[in-house]
Each structure stands twice: as structure tokens, then as C-alpha cells.
Design a protein around this ligand. Structure first.
Ligand code: GUN
Length: 285
């Protein structure tokens, strides 16, 4: 039976430490760190994520401003909110919850977020810095995954990390962060042939497919470290992209769903907000 990587406990520890940092920030700079959260429409999963982000901010002592726009909001409406937050000196971070409704161009909206307020690490500048292995704001879920791997002292240098999924939010950036850790990386996706043959070679397997219990035990090498990024709502409740019950007897470590990557994404988001606030103060912005 694999050891469980307890994302919930790790995230709680990160948030406890950040609470002290945020207090010190307030004493030093005489203001609260401020995060603006924009949610367009009523995607149920997005509503849950946004509520959890606002709750985490409250716990850490970060002020949050919520902007909830209806599904019918136009691209211009969203643009105007982002532009005014971009110009507002009291705002340290801007988070646009994705996905946006289909009639709104995500790329265009994200390009309006100034890189120094881009707490999600989604802008071209921050993605570029991640790819160049430069100091910057890394995407939250990938940063949380690296934190989890380091928390178990997983050997990364020279190990084969296989990522299933090539999204801008998880697959691509986590591959870059693993490469920075000197892993050999393979990125698989929906067009990959002989997927199982590749995943069976993984020392570290990252499942970000978006399909419930997609990764079965026969796709996993004995002793592999398995990180499940999926959050799928099924009739039997929340489940990951990994068939946990089958895979747990094969892996050396496994992250559960819920209680794995999810809470880590929120904790690393809080770290990014803090980082943006400090950097803005240091840059006199
Ligand atoms: N939608 C799914 N994951 C994320 C995330 O990490 N940040 C934002 N803004 N939207 C998301």
C-alpha cells in the first residue's frame, strides 16, 4: 500500500506560515495584502473553487475583493473590470477564474492582467519566466505538485516524469517545473499512441487528464510516485483521474482526491499573492 501524500495537511502548514508573513507585511507596509477574484457565470465547480480561495485568503489575512459577473456579461464588461483592477494601486493580485464563458476570449482577458499582479502565473511573461527557469510567478497547481514531491523527498534528478495532459494550466507548466528539477519529461495527451507503454516507464506520474479513474493499475510502474490532478464530479461523488483503489497497491506514494492537489493549488495561490505583494512594494508599484 502506497504512502498517501496529504495535500490538505501540507496546505494547512503553508497557510499557517503565510498568516505570520501577511501579519508582518501589514505591520511593515501599513496595509493589507489584497487579492481581487473575478468569476463570470455560475459554473458550479468554479463557484466552489472561488469560495475556497476567498476562504483561504480570509484565513491567511489577505483581503479579498470578489467580482461576480453574470454568464451574460460581455467581453467588454470583463475587460473593464480587469483594466480597473490593473490600474488600482491597492490591488496586489488579480485572479480570473477559468474557464470563462465561451463568448469571451480568455487569452485576451488574461493579457490584460499585469504580470506583477498575475497570481495565477498565466500571462505570457510569467509562463516565459517559468520556461526560462527564471524567478517569477509559477502556475499554482504545478507549483503545488513540486511542493508535494519535495515534501516526501522524492528523488527528482534524472528520474522519468510522465505528464498526462498538456493544458496551459497544468500539463505544460508542470512539465517545465519538473524539467527544472532535472527530471526527464514526457508529455502525453489525447493523441498519444500506446499511452500505457509510456506511463509504465514513469518514476513520477502526473495525471491531469480530466477523466474519472482514467489511470489504471496496469498503466503504473511498481513503486512509482503518482500525483492525481483530476477533480471529477461523478454520481458516486468526487474522484480523481487515477483509479485510486487499484493504483494504491502499486505506487510508492499517491496523492488522493479529495485532499491532495486541490488544497495545494489554493495554498500556492496564497503564496503567489504574498509574493506579488512583496515584489510590488520592493518595486515601488
Ligand atoms: N480553473 C481551474 N484551475 C484554475 C486555476 O488554478 N486558476 C484559475 N484562475 N482558474 C482555474
Amino acid at each position: 500500500m502506497a504512502c498517501i501524500i496529504d495535500g490538505k495537511a501540507l496546505a494547512a502548514e503553508i497557510k499557517r506560515n503565510l498568516k505570520k508573513d501577511a501579519e508582518e507585511f501589514e505591520t511593515r507596509y501599513g496595509r493589507k495584502i489584497t487579492l481581487a477574484v473575478i468569476l463570470v457565470g455560475e459554473n458550479p465547480a468554479s463557484c466552489v473553487y472561488v469560495n475556497n480561495k476567498v476562504k483561504a485568503a480570509e484565513f491567511v489575512g489577505i483581503k479579498s475583493l470578489s467580482f461576480r459577473l453574470p454568464e451574460s456579461a460581455t467581453e467588454r464588461d470583463v475587460e473593464q473590470v480587469v483594466k480597473s483592477l490593473a490600474a488600482d494601486k491597492s490591488v496586489d493580485g488579480i485572479l480570473v477564474q477559468l474557464p470563462l464563458p465561451k463568448h469571451i476570449n480568455e487569452e485576451k482577458i488574461l493579457s490584460l492582467v499585469p504580470p506583477e499582479k498575475d497570481v495565477d502565473g498565466f500571462t505570457a511573461e510569467n509562463v516565459g519566466n517559468t520556461t526560462l527557469f527564471k524567478e517569477g510567478i509559477n502556475s499554482c497547481t504545478p507549483a503545488g505538485i513540486i511542493y508535494m514531491l519535495k515534501s516526501i523527498n522524492a528523488p527528482l534528478c534524472g528520474k522519468h516524469a510522465v505528464v498526462i495532459g498538456r493544458s496551459n494550466i497544468v500539463g505544460k507548466p508542470v512539465a517545465m517545473l519538473l524539467l527544472k528539477e532535472n527530471c526527464t519529461i514526457t508529455v502525453c495527451h489525447s493523441k498519444t499512441e500506446n499511452l500505457g507503454e509510456i506511463t509504465r516507464q514513469a518514476d513520477i506520474l502526473i495525471a491531469a487528464v480530466g477523466k474519472p479513474r482514467f489511470v489504471k493499475a496496469d498503466m503504473v510502474k511498481d513503486g512509482a510516485i503518482v500525483i492525481d490532478v483530476g477533480i471529477n464530479r461523478t454520481e458516486s461523488g468526487l474522484c480523481g483521474d487515477v483509479d485510486f483503489d487499484g493504483v494504491k497497491d502499486k505506487a510508492s506514494y499517491i496523492s488522493p482526491v479529495p485532499g491532495g492537489v486541490g488544497p495545494m493549488t489554493i495554498a500556492t495561490l496564497m503564496q503567489n499573492v504574498y509574493k506579488c505583494a512583496v515584489r510590488r512594494e520592493n518595486a515601488g508599484l
